[in-house]
Ligand binder design. Sequence first.
Ligand code: ADP
Length: 151
Amino acid sequence: MKKIAFFPGSFDPFTKGHADIVERGLSLFDEIIIGIGTNTNKKRYFEIDVIEREIKGAFANDPRIKIVHYDDLTASVAKKYGAQFILRGLRNTTDFEYENTISQVNRQLAKDLGTVFLITAPELAPISSTIVRELHKFGADITPYIPYKIE
Ligand code: ADP
């Protein structure tokens, strides 16, 4: 059976840290679906269409990677796309506390949906979407942190 992982996130923006999780995830899974969550309570900084287009461009050469956006429960969407696993990255213990709870809730929502965590590469651990947004807001160059170019 094809092993499919759903990699959910806000990706506001998608960073080199996220890209690294996807690339390393490909040694474990046959297909990875990157799901951009459109959380209606959270106002985005980067437009979803722009991020979706740029992620598609960054992975255009790899048919094992698909990109979708969604506004629903992550567990339901993962099942809808036939994923048996959710893929997430862990940078530190703060991520762990949060991710641990979320993964347990997802397990309750969908019994056969496991979460696989990959520990961040040390050189990418300081990168967060929050910091990249902040740098962009004040005019700093964000190209070292993202795997594509953005206006
Ligand atoms: P969310 O809003 O759902 O937390 P994010 O877009 O911030 O989504 O992150 C999505 C996933 O990527 C999370 O599992 C997060 O821990 C992970 N992640 C974020 N930054 C990095 C990084 N620099 N290296 C590895 N994983 C990361």
